[in-house]
Design a protein around this ligand. Structure first.
Ligand code: XUL
Length: 526
């Protein structure tokens, strides 16, 4: 019998499955289901419900449950040998929360396979919708909690991050303040990850330290609920939160619902899920402290693993628990691909190949121009008033602006990741724009580090499948090595290595200082 493990990723726009064969070290199945297209009756756009307030971004837990049924039905149709699956784990979009009432636990324990999950779960929610990570309507609550915890630095030291609008604690506080009766009727609060794990396990599932750290409620040092943070958020909160347990830890056998309805093995383990970013750390094979990845997507993220917990006194970056033990950091820059595209389009450059040619007509310069590309409000640094800022850079100079956008994004990563104190041997680049060799060369030079490209489309679901395997091996009394487990699944693209060019590195050692001064000046001018 093959040793198969199933990883699921419940993200903003889709639910994905990856099945791995552990002995063959291979992905044997992958599939994604887009919420808007597969379940139009929930009326989401890009996975989000319409709302009159542009700051409010909610989705529906029943949509995620309905998607789980559809995905399992699809796996049966595709003849995935679900009987050979030994454990299931997963990851969810971070920060989003699900509110359950007193009927939930009993209903989860007796999911009826003759009905859909959606039908089984009707009436178990104390709030029909779930605020998700894109929501930014809780600035007031962030301020209140931050104040009670003693300011930015204290909040970051206590919970791993300053208070952020999308984080679960401020969202819970808003719910308590605006809908006190519904808050009162809430018996259990779940994250997207722990809600989905609860369906698989047929009982309220724990939250793991990876996703738990995205709540402003967990003590980042001890990985237990932080009493002061809970008190600062809402009354009676401790009773509504599940225990914290390691991601991948066995919860018990999967609910008989999935055995009877879809033929999952009755002995397959349901395990604790994590957040999509922590799962991606595993999926990309960042299993040793000091390993760093940069994902170049809609937003650019810089993340890596560290052995010890070091938090950001400026409150810009986040520290989460890593599924591999220890910690991971995450810095999220909102102006990623979109900003690069805006510059390209502004100067009428037709594609990235042409862009690279224009870029090559200029040279890195230690007194070079600086562009701060805040087309959208920025997360790092915090900027609420979007706008472009240019220093020693003529708007009409297309080539200089092409150089400046790539450099600014990489200089910003270098400048804002200094607090991590990580000097990586190699940076793993992933995401759409990581195909761009010109951009990766700037990355290697600015960050003075070799860059290798990893091409994995579903890194979170793959990480979840590997997490399921790890949890199953631990439950069987073994001590699996993460390095051995992930080997072969996430190897860099052969020949993709790009080395820093030493003379250019020296130029950027100077330019990064100018960048920091310009950024300060721009922030002060707002
Ligand atoms: C991380 C974050 C996003 C979501 C996306 O802090 O908000 O990356 O996890 O699903």
């Amino acid at each position: 019998m093959a040793k198969l493990f199933l990883g699921l990723d419940s993200s903003t726009q889709s639910l994905s499955a990856v099945v791995i064969d552990l002995d063959k070290q291979k992905v044997v199945y992958e599939k994604s289901l887009n919420f808007d297209r597969a379940l139009p009756r929930f009326k989401t756009k890009n996975g989000v419900l319409p709302d009159r307030d542009p700051l409010v971004k909610h989705s529906r837990p029943l949509l995620w449950a309905a998607a789980l049924d559809l995905l399992f039905a699809g796996m049966v149709e595709d003849r995935v040998p679900l009987r050979d699956v030994l454990a299931v784990s997963g990851s969810g979009q971070q920060h989003g929360s699900v509110y359950l009432n007193e009927r939930a636990a009993a209903r989860l324990a007796k999911l009826d396979p003759a009905r859909s999950l959606e039908q089984n779960l009707r009436g178990v929610f104390s709030r029909a919708t779930s605020p998700i990570w894109m929501d930014s309507s809780t600035t007031k609550q962030c301020g209140q909690i931050r104040k009670k915890l003693g300011g930015i630095r204290a909040a970051a030291e206590a919970t791993g991050s300053d208070t952020f609008e999308r984080f679960t604690g401020p969202q819970i506080r808003k719910f308590y303040q605006t809908e006190p009766a519904a808050y009162q009727a809430t018996t259990d609060i779940a994250l997207v990850s722990s809600f989905m794990a609860s369906l698989l396990a047929g009982k309220i599932a724990p939250i793991d330290p990876g996703d738990g750290a995205g709540m402003n409620l967990m003590d980042i040092q001890t990985k237990t609920w932080h009493a002061e943070a809970l008190k600062a958020t809402a009354p009676g909160l401790a009773r509504k939160l599940p225990p914290i347990a390691a991601s991948g830890q066995a919860i018990g056998p999967v609910s008989s619902y999935f055995v009877e309805k879809y033929g999952l093995n009755a002995e397959a383990l349901a395990t604790v899920w994590t957040g999509d970013n922590p799962a991606s750390v595993v999926g990309l094979g960042l299993v040793k402290p000091g390993m760093v990845a940069i994902s170049l997507g809609t937003s650019d993220t810089f993340f890596g693993t560290m052995a010890e917990c070091r938090t950001d006194a400026q409150g810009e970056g986040h520290v989460f628990g890593s599924p591999t033990g220890g910690y991971m950091t995450l810095i999220c820059f909102k102006n990623g691909s979109l900003a690069r595209e805006q510059v390209r389009e502004t100067y009428g450059i037709k594609d990235w190949k042409a862009f690279a040619k224009v870029l090559a007509t200029t040279k890195p310069d230690k007194n070079g121009g600086i562009l701060l590309p805040w087309y959208e409000p920025e997360i790092v640094p915090r900027v609420n008033q979007p706008g472009l800022h240019r220093f020693d850079l003529a708007e009409t100079d297309a080539a200089a602006n092409c150089r400046a956008i790539f450099e600014a994004q990489m200089l910003s990563m270098r400048h804002h990741s200094q607090w991590m104190g990580v000097a990586p041997d190699c940076i793993y680049a992933t995401g759409g724009a990581s195909n761009d060799v010109a951009l990766l060369q700037v990355m290697a030079n600015v960050l003075n580090c070799t860059v290798r490209r990893i091409e994995i489309a579903k890194s979170a679901a793959l990480g979840a499948a590997l997490q399921a395997a790890h949890g199953w091996l631990v439950a069987a009394g073994q001590k699996p090595s993460w390095a051995r487990l992930t080997k072969g699944f996430s190897d860099p693209v052969p020949g993709s290595e790009i080395r820093p060019q030493k003379p250019v590195v020296k130029v950027y050692d100077v330019l990064v200082k100018k960048f920091a001064l310009c950024e300060r000046a721009a922030l002060d001018s707002l």
